[in-house]
Design a protein around this ligand. Structure first.
Ligand code: C5P
Length: 191
């Protein structure tokens, strides 16, 4: 089996940037598992699926028509023919992703899709449960974190640099809410 390096941690810790750099340097494949939860949330939003309907959410996750295309800026994410690379990065989609990620049926529906990324010569996997649930036998497991305040500050800078308004206090509250949801859920919590 191809080598796997997992990098887990809370949102905004810098996992995405580091995973991209490591994957590029080693010539490995890259799995952004958070994107799959974000895509499920976005597709559910678009199809007006009730977020408390676990069966419907799992059906959305199982039928995601997504393609990850290598691009100069990283990876282009195409959902049902539409470039959603920017849309899935919105704060509201991140919060909704955290809501759908609580659902075990959604996690089950996405499990094999994530494991399919394990291809030669190797994989760098970014997420919350890469080392614990998806790739428990990974050769290298990293837990990357930073304080909530530092992560909120980075997010503010990121938003401002892309010309969007950013409210530090609100972003800090959102990060703390997402941390709580991701660490306290029963299905594959962040640990
Ligand atoms: O990493 P990112 O912020 O894109 O992830 C969005 C949300 O998806 C997280 O807050 C988390 O709830 C969920 N997620 C997860 N398991 C993963 C990756 C992401 O539950 N492996």
């Amino acid at each position: 089996m191809a080598v796997v390096i997992t990098i887990d941690g809370p949102s905004g810790a810098g996992k995405g940037t580091i995973c991209q750099l490591v994957a590029r340097k080693l010539g490995y494949h890259l799995l952004d598992s958070g994107a799959l939860y974000r895509l499920t949330a976005l597709a559910a939003q678009n199809q007006s699926v009730d977020f408390s309907d676990e069966v419907a959410l799992a059906a959305v996750a199982a039928s995601l028509d997504v393609v990850f295309k290598p691009a100069e800026s990283g990876v282009k994410v195409v959902l049902a023919g539409e470039d959603v690379s920017r849309a899935i990065r919105q704060e509201v989609v991140g919060m909704n992703a955290s809501k759908v990620a609580v659902c075990q049926k959604v996690r089950d529906a996405l499990l094999q899709r994530q494991r399919d990324f394990q291809q030669s010569p190797g994989l760098v996997a970014d997420g919350r449960d890469m080392g614990t649930t998806v790739f428990p036998d990974a050769e290298v497991k990293v837990f990357l974190t930073a304080s909530a305040e530092e992560r909120a500050q980075r997010r503010v800078l990121q938003l401002e640099q892309s010309g969007q308004a950013a409210d530090y206090d609100q972003i800090l509250l959102d990060i703390e809410a997402r941390d709580k949801q991701d660490t306290e859920r029963t299905s594959s919590p962040l640990k």
